[in-house]
Design a binder for this molecule. Structure first.
Ligand SMILES: O=C(O)C1=C[C@@H](OP(=O)(O)O)[C@@H](O)[C@H](O)C1
Ligand SMILES: C=C(OP(=O)(O)O)C(=O)O
Length: 445
């Protein structure tokens, strides 16, 4: 999916203080969902602030291939003409999901309850990621899967009518929860998902916003049961996508680790199911200041101000993992500069992201001279106490945007430059990462 077919290395080295005010691009999770639900509504949904990263483009292309229209107008506003729940058409070719797990798993849910067949393909990273987690519940709803076991390429034959199920998530995963809820939209009766641990709730919020009947109950054991009434009629919406806290985390940690820095980050989505990174930093002694809170697209938004600070090592409560799952790589970079040891556990899910983020971060940190111990489900990092880390290594990004951006940030306070072997994956989620960092004063060499 990337424009260039050869790796594009990126070299970052120690910089002076970072300063300025920046605005992060639209939230990736919310952008995918806005396109999908817009494509299932009857009429035109208008979206402002959509993330224009490769992952979201993969979703837009898939919705077009299944009959919806999704176009960007000159001023950057997206217009989606939906086909209505039940109206998705058989795509003519394979759906190319690129690097995007969210596109694949949520769209498989949509296809699962339509009388169509779709084949999903992806890049080398996505083709290694497990799909059994969606195959199990969607098969119970009547969809049939064939292809390559629980890996892509994967063909889904949707069921019509699909069967409503009640499904308890065996792993904390918003993608699996959303796949089942989206399948439930075109399923007669009520489809229910139970999650013992809360995960990002953008699907629930946006389904309600589009007029679907969604209820959330707390069960006696504390789990949440989310129910969606099937054969829903979705009403088109006007959506403003808030900025992505997962993207904001990179300039935030950059300001934290580069001496003398002070950075303001605008338009940061602060949905409580996404703000675990702020809680983790607070556990390590840093309260990030939140200024002027507002709301966008049914989600809380705020302005973050962060200054250089010395974190204190400690234990990050594993219970917050689902609320910051994508921010662990950059939190590990923050921990590399803390005073003392930081322990992060409960992170098995990191092993099945765009790369095995535990192994890849561990290898990159070791290469950059940061003492670590990799655990089965986590990592222990010995911080430098604020001093520059040695650096002076080339780190492999393994087609993983968050790994590439994390090591770019590490390079900003390293004795010798840090090279990321391939920066192309950054455009899956944060195409403007380098220009934004440059505006703050961090220029690649
Ligand atoms: O639902 C979503 O939009 C996402 C859920 C998370 O994945 P899991 O559900 O696999 O934890 C997260 O890692 C991913 O970046 C986006
Ligand atoms: C895990 C991620 O995304 P996805 O699962 O959509 O590939 C991510 O963005 O960090």
């Amino acid at each position: 999916m990337s424009a260039s077919v050869t790796p594009v290395p990126l070299c970052l080295s120690a910089t002076g203080p970072l300063s300025g005010r920046v605005r992060v691009p639209g939230d990736k999770s919310i952008s995918h969902r806005a396109l999908m639900l817009g494509a299932l509504a009857v009429g035109e949904t208008v979206i402002d602030g959509l993330l224009e990263g490769e992952d979201v483009h993969a979703t837009a292309a898939a919705m077009r291939a299944m009959g919806a229209q999704a176009e960007r107008s000159a001023e950057g506003r997206w217009h989606v003409q939906g086909v209505g729940v039940g109206g998705l058409l058989q795509p003519q070719g394979a759906l190319d999901m690129g690097n995007s797990g969210t596109s694949t798993r949520l769209l498989a849910g949509l296809v699962a309850s339509h009388a169509i067949r779709a084949t999903f393909v992806g890049d080398a990273s996505l083709s290694k990621r497990p799909m059994q987690r969606i195959i199990t519940p969607l098969s119970q709803m009547g969809a049939r899967f064939s292809g390559n076991g629980d890996r892509l390429p994967m063909t889904v034959d949707g069921a019509s009518p699909a069967l409503p199920i009640e499904y308890r998530l065996p792993v904390a995963s918003a993608q699996v929860k959303s796949a089942v809820l989206l399948a439930g939209l075109n399923t007669p009766g009520i489809t229910r998902v139970i999650e013992s641990v809360p995960t990002r709730d953008h699907s629930e919020r946006m389904l309600r916003g589009f007029g679907a009947q969604v209820t959330v109950e707390t069960l006696p054991d504390g789990a949440r049961r989310i129910s969606v009434q099937g054969e829903a009629e979705l009403k088109p919406q006007q959506i403003t996508v808030p900025g992505d806290i997962s993207s904001a985390a990179f300039p935030l940690v950059a300001a934290l680790v580069v001496p003398g820095s002070e950075v303001v980050i605008e338009n940061v989505g602060l949905n409580p199911t996404r703000t675990g990174i702020l809680d983790a930093l607070a556990m390590l002694g840093l309260e990030v200041a939140i200024e002027s809170r507002s709301e966008a697209g049914g989600e809380p938004v705020g302005v973050l101000r962060v200054r250089h600070a010395l974190l204190k090592g400690g234990e990050v409560d594993p219970a917050i993992a689902p609320l910051m799952i994508d921010e662990y790589p950059i939190l590990m970079v923050a921990a590399a500069f803390a005073e003392g040891k930081t322990v992060m556990r409960g992170l098995e899910e990191l092993r099945v992201k765009e790369s095995d983020r535990l192994a890849v971060m561990a290898a990159g940190l070791v290469a950059c001279g940061v003492p670590i111990e990799e655990l089965e489900d986590g990592i222990v990092i010995q911080g430098s106490g604020g001093a520059p880390v040695p650096g002076g290594a080339t780190v492999a990004s393994h087609l993983d945007h968050r790994i590439a951006m994390s090591f770019a940030v590490l390079g900003l306070n390293a004795k010798a430059p840090v090279v990321v072997d391939d920066a192309r994956p950054i455009s899956t989620s944060f195409p403007d990462f380098l220009p934004l960092m440059a505006r703050l004063g961090a220029l690649p060499r």
